[in-house]
Design a binder for this molecule. Structure first.
Ligand SMILES: C[S@@+](CC[C@H](N)C(=O)[O-])C[C@H]1O[C@@H](n2cnc3c(N)ncnc32)[C@H](O)[C@@H]1O
Length: 254
């Protein structure tokens, strides 16, 4: 597939001096090259598929996969989800990667499925969780099948918005929100940045968001945060700034 990227290094060339880390970052070393310059959905799709294809050759490890569910998501599942989402609720993990968040949700009694754009990623998720294989499928947030629309009690988004160039954010968010049913809840977790840091000054991916940007993206789709967006540093070494927002459909003007 031809892309219009201006990628500075190749996936297999191993010449990258770019060492962005996980969650949508350009992964390091020979495994992956730089995503810099990708500015259209086709190029991004191609890039992710190539990352997973190479991950397949490296014991199934994609650079952003740490072998378990996202810690900031687990913290939310422990503290807040039980009062918002009933057991058995329908949950979709968009852009699910290797599927650990789906597995965590199922373990907790939710009726969870996950999809990803990259076919190889879906294969890897099925291999990683053979007992849940039927819960993983390929789909594109930018072109969702009708059967996913308006269906879910909870939509989970972790590190996908940040992995795309800012110009693609509104379309991704539109896809995410379209899967919620009228009284559904959406959780989004993303790299955070300060309002004083212009996005142009950051070489992504990831392309961190301000809390205001996250809120505005969802407001454009009629969603409001259930409370102030969490803005915190995680336990990574070095710590990374994270945003965690929980949103519901605003029925005030419906
Ligand atoms: C940085 S990874 C994060 C994966 C996973 N959520 C996690 O936290 O490990 C971003 C994921 O988004 C997926 N993705 C990117 N664009 C997508 C789209 N339009 N539709 C569905 N998945 C997409 C990629 O294939 C990749 O698996």
């Amino acid at each position: 597939m031809t892309t219009n990227t201006t990628t500075t290094t190749t996936l297999d060339g191993g010449q990258s001096s770019t060492t962005h880390d996980a969650e949508g970052a350009a992964p390091v070393g020979a495994l992956v090259g730089s995503q810099i310059g990708i500015d259209c959905p086709e190029a991004l799709a191609d890039w992710f598929e190539r990352v997973y294809a190479q991950a397949q050759e490296h014991a199934g490890r994609a650079p952003w996969c740490h072998g378990g569910s996202n810690p900031s998501f687990i913290a939310w599942l422990n503290a807040e989800a039980p009062s918002i989402i009933r057991p058995g609720a329908r949950v979709v993990v968009a852009a699910c990667g290797l599927g650990h968040d789906v597995a965590e949700l199922v373990r907790r009694g939710y009726d969870a499925v996950g999809f990803d754009l990259a076919p190889t990623c879906v294969e890897l998720a099925k291999k990683e969780h053979p007992e849940l294989a039927e819960r993983f499928f390929q789909a594109d947030l930018l072109d969702l099948p009708a059967r996913l629309r308006g269906r879910y009690d909870l939509v989970v988004e972790i590190h996908t918005i940040q992995s795309a160039p800012p110009s693609m954010r509104p379309a991704l968010v539109q896809g995410l929100c379209g899967m919620l049913h009228r009284h559904g809840v959406l959780i989004a977790i993303a790299r955070g940045r300060d309002v004083s840091e212009p996005i142009e000054s950051i070489v992504g991916p990831p392309h961190p968001l301000t809390a205001g940007e996250l809120e505005s993206l969802f407001a454009a789709e009629g969603l409001t945060p259930t409370r102030a967006i969490d803005d915190f540093f995680d336990d990574n070494d070095p710590p990374a700034r994270r945003l965690r927002g929980v949103f519901t459909v605003d029925h005030n003007d419906a």
